[in-house]
Design a protein around this ligand. Structure first.
Ligand code: AMP
Length: 382
């Protein structure tokens, strides 16, 4: 097989770890070029060439497309219409049509629902009258969501009573909206799934995700659920991969309800924060898996070798600017920083993985260790 030049829209931490994986496959990928607005972005620090430009900049996307054999993305906010045009110059994967559907939460849920995949109850909302009428079918609380360009929960408003209807609508100042029934879930979980260009599908074992302020804080691999729940979630993830077009790794976020039912919350058409544990816990990292999928190699082994907890290092509240990190060395502890120059409150600066390498700690032992380590791994002002 000829060596390929890989293009990535976005050069943040996901682009960085994709670049690192690509550099371990020199027989297949000769070069990586990323498009990112921040000069010296994380991916360029890992050896990618960079076009400095916005993710939605038509000329920059087309310039990137003309330089690469295969184009993928690490963010879902790229311009899918421009990516469709870019398909005349290069292979874009996952397909821009899949990206277009996923970018709009209402289209995404409609697509899944139409394909018989379980999702939370949802409806489109056009006006205050519409909201008043439709919310009675769901009851309070219910979640009003921006259909597009919302991540880390910033596009959601939890409506607790009729008194909040107007302020909820005003919060979104005219953006297209949808309403979801509130799920009183037992646990948030996800499956990292892959499909290669030949249609082969593989899923990693189900993991458990703990969020704080709507941002992922910690991933526990494997999820603390029954075998039956884990198998059901992995089955739903496989069915989802069968209906989505294009090759690559997808992060499929789900709820486990109090009745142990699985509902998909949302899909990311890219490598995912809840898959970072695979850097140490699995034979094939999610980053290598994505590359294997898009260049048409056999998918790698997804078995979880050791239980692992991934903990996100977020910029602390209260300061912004250059920061330093304590130097911590410990058995089975793997710190990964993303090379970001400045800390901002809640910014993802890095993560660590703690691995139960001897299979002696169990998840409860890992959790205990994480709770002592996390207070030592705190970025501070220089
Ligand atoms: P989202 O950005 O839509 O994925 O939502 C961010 C977070 O809001 C999720 O991780 C959940 O914790 C919560 N959430 C989203 N949708 C629902 C729902 N229908 N019911 C309950 N919680 C939800």
């Amino acid at each position: 097989m000829l060596k390929q030049v890989l293009g990535i829209i976005g050069g943040g931490q996901l682009g960085m770890m994709l670049t690192e994986a690509a550099r371990k496959m020199p027989e297949h990928i000769s070069d990586v070029i990323v498009l990112d607005p921040n000069p010296n972005c994380s991916a360029s620090q890992a050896g990618a060439k960079q076009i400095v430009g916005d993710f939605k900049d038509r000329n920059a996307i087309l310039e990137l497309a003309s330089k690469v054999d295969i184009l993928t993305y690490e963010i879902e906010s790229g311009d899918s219409a421009v990516l469709k045009i870019a398909e005349s110059k290069t292979t874009v994967t996952p397909s821009p049509e899949t990206l277009r559907i996923i970018q709009d939460k209402f289209l995404q849920k409609s697509f899944l629902n139409d394909n018989g995949i379980p999702v939370t109850d949802f409806v489109e909302i056009a006006s205050i009258g519409d909201l008043r009428k439709k919310i009675t079918g769901f009851g309070y609380p219910a979640l009003l969501k921006a259909r597009r360009d919302a991540y880390d929960g910033r596009g959601n408003f939890k409506i607790k009573s009729e008194n909040e209807l107007v302020s909820a609508l005003n919060y979104f100042s005219g953006k297209p909206l949808m309403l979801e029934k509130f799920v009183d879930f037992k646990m948030e979980v996800s499956v990292i799934a892959a499909r290669n260009t030949k249609g082969q599908i593989a899923t990693y074992p189900l993991v458990e995700n703990i969020h704080e302020n709507n941002i992922l804080k910690m991933t526990i691999a494997p999820a603390r659920v029954t075998k039956q729940v884990a198998l059901e979630a992995e089955k739903i993830a496989k069915e989802t991969m069968q209906v989505l077009h294009g090759a690559g790794v997808f992060g499929i976020e789900m709820f486990v309800t109090k009745q142990d039912k699985i509902l998909i919350n949302e899909i990311a058409p890219r490598v995912h924060n809840s898959g970072h544990h695979t850097l140490q816990s699995s034979k094939t990292t999610q980053f290598e898996q994505h590359l294997r999928a898009i260049i048409g190699l056999e998918l790698g082994d997804t078995a979880l070798i050791h239980p692992t907890i991934m903990y996100n290092i977020l910029g602390p509240d209260g300061f912004q600017g250059k920061y330093k990190m304590p130097d911590i060395k410990m058995d089975n502890f793997y710190l990964k920083m993303y090379g970001k120059e400045e800390s901002k409150p809640q910014r993802k600066l890095g993560h660590f993985n703690l691995v139960d390498a001897d299979d002696t700690l169990g998840i409860s032992g890992l959790l205990e260790s994480v709770s002592t380590i996390k207070d030592k791994v705190v970025p501070s002002s220089t």
